[in-house]
Design a protein around this ligand. Structure first.
Ligand code: NDP
Length: 443
């Protein structure tokens, strides 16, 4: 079957999964010609197989709040594809989590993990639990309850979850503790653990640092530099904070961060100390806008960062946070590079605007792969029961991001020398998975 027919079938089958369909369309835009030319892929229905999760399940999570009331949430795990290695992908706690969101994230994760060159399949999971406004005790009880339900279906060689929005080191540690307790085994079943019990020394920094290493490769390739460039970053969580730290270290000027309430604009630029303050503020779940009282700058309530003059944009908050209007604002305000730290932060119209206006654009599945890459290294460390130093891991991360960048260039450069990073990432990632599926036959 040709790719277009498969897409039509998916649209009919899953009309209520817009994010998932968006992720499939975004891939097909680039791989369709190659796929429709490959009779073996079609005979083995590789696309039909790769767009349907191996399995997906949901479960009920009961937990007790601080007032002694029983709360009920829903949890899911999508084990999308394990052609290249055990299922691997984060867990998100956010009220917007739904089967469609998790399927889009799991689908992207297959190709992102393939791009790292490490043996990892694709998965994603989460819950509609909202950590906002919850006490530490409530979060701990919820994490225990979540893992009590998920534990039978994950394992160090089967499915290795990690963090994502609303799930950081603290939550991973609670989930790891419950798994360890239930299984009576100390194995690398989760990544992003505390360093004292098997975690990688650079996992916290990895996605943000990796994003900026990827950006640096893009700039080098364009004979440009990050020095003194004005950088817009959205989000104020894990990815945004460490991306900001690395940009500042390399001589760029970060002028925004944001959260779900608004945007923080500091025209003087954030310093490492200011970012440390933001990290501490978010960790204690206090408002980002308090920054203005302490350091100055302006708080733009209800606004995204994309209407501010700058050179580079790094969206690091969530999916579909840049639409056509935002993209046009970026173009009009002089932005030349967009590298995605979040998963699918730019919608399809925004991507077209970038591409039609010669913005050099890289998709999340390439530029944010540093997090899962270091997770892959954490899995290796746990298997051999050893630790690597920060410096060793940082070097490995830089090498992996360069390899991903170079694969995008190899598969995404057209005859006129123009590099389409999205096309390169999609073709390189898809081919690796598809070729393995071909080798497996029809299982
Ligand atoms: P965090 O929970 O640490 O931070 C998320 C940030 O995004 C917060 O500042 C949050 O604001 C903001 N945000 C969340 N939802 C929205 C929304 N609907 N509108 C505006 N802002 C929003 O998550 P991460 O930093 O870990 O993840 C950010 C993105 O990066 C996600 O797309 C994730 O999938 C992706 N990613 C993360 C990786 C990782 O290693 N952590 C790896 C690869 C990709 P508020 O606090 O107000 O909710």
């Amino acid at each position: 079957m040709k790719s277009n027919q498969i897409l039509q079938d998916l649209k009919q089958k899953y009309p209520h999964e817009p994010e998932f369909i968006q992720a499939v369309e975004e891939l097909l835009e680039d791989i369709a010609p190659m796929y429709d030319d490959n009779q073996t892929y079609q005979d083995l229905d590789i696309l039909g197989r790769v767009t349907e999760p191996d399995r997906m399940f949901s479960f009920r999570i009961n937990w007790e709040d601080d007032k002694g009331n029983i709360q009920v949430n829903r949890g899911w795990r999508v084990q999308f594809n394990n052609a290249l290695g055990p299922y691997k992908g984060g867990i998100r706690f956010h009220p917007t989590v739904s089967p469609s969101v998790l399927k889009f994230l799991g689908f992207e994760q297959i190709f992102k993990n393939a791009l790292t060159g490490l043996p990892m399949g694709g998965a994603k999971g989460g819950s509609d639990f909202d950590p906002k406004g919850k006490s530490d005790n409530e979060i701990r009880r919820f994490c225990y309850a979540f893992m009590r339900e998920l534990a039978p279906y994950v394992g160090a060689d089967m499915d290795i979850p990690a963090g994502d929005i609303g799930v950081g080191g603290r939550e991973v540690n609670y989930m790891f503790a419950m798994y360890k307790n239930m299984s009576r085994e100390f194995t690398g079943v989760l990544t992003g653990k505390g360093v004292g019990h098997g975690g990688s020394l650079i996992r916290t920094e990895a996605t943000g640092f990796g994003l900026v290493y990827f950006l640096k490769n893009m700039l080098d390739t364009a004979n440009d530099t990050i020095t003194d460039k004005k950088v817009l970053i959205s989000g104020a969580g894990n990815v945004a904070s460490y991306a900001a730290k690395k940009v500042i270290e390399l001589g760029g000027k970060v002028i925004t961060l944001s959260d779900s309430v608004g945007t923080l604009h500091d025209a003087e630029g954030f310093s490492q100390e200011k970012i440390d303050w933001v990290i501490a503020q978010k960790a204690s779940r206090k408002p980002l806008k308090d920054y203005v009282q302490k350091f100055g700058g302006e708080w733009l309530e209800g606004k995204r960062p994309w209407a501010i003059k700058a050179d580079i944009a790094l969206p690091c908050a969530t999916q579909n946070e840049i639409n056509a209007t935002d993209a046009q604002n970026l173009v009009d305000n002089g932005v030349k590079y967009v590298a995605e730290g979040a998963n699918m932060p730019s919608d399809a119209d925004a991507i077209s605007i970038f591409q039609n206006n010669n913005i050099i654009y890289s998709p999340g599945k390439a530029s944010n792969a540093g997090g899962v890459a270091v997770s892959g290294l954490e899995m290796s460390q746990n298997s051999v029961r050893q630790y690597s130093s920060f410096e060793t891991l940082d070097k490995q991360l830089q090498d992996i991001m360069k390899n991903i960048h170079d694969a995008c260039v190899e598969y995404g450069t057209s005859d006129d020398g123009k590099i389409d990073y999205k096309k390169g990432a999609n073709i390189a990632g898809f081919s690796r998975v598809a070729d393995s599926l071909v080798n497996y036959g029809i299982l």
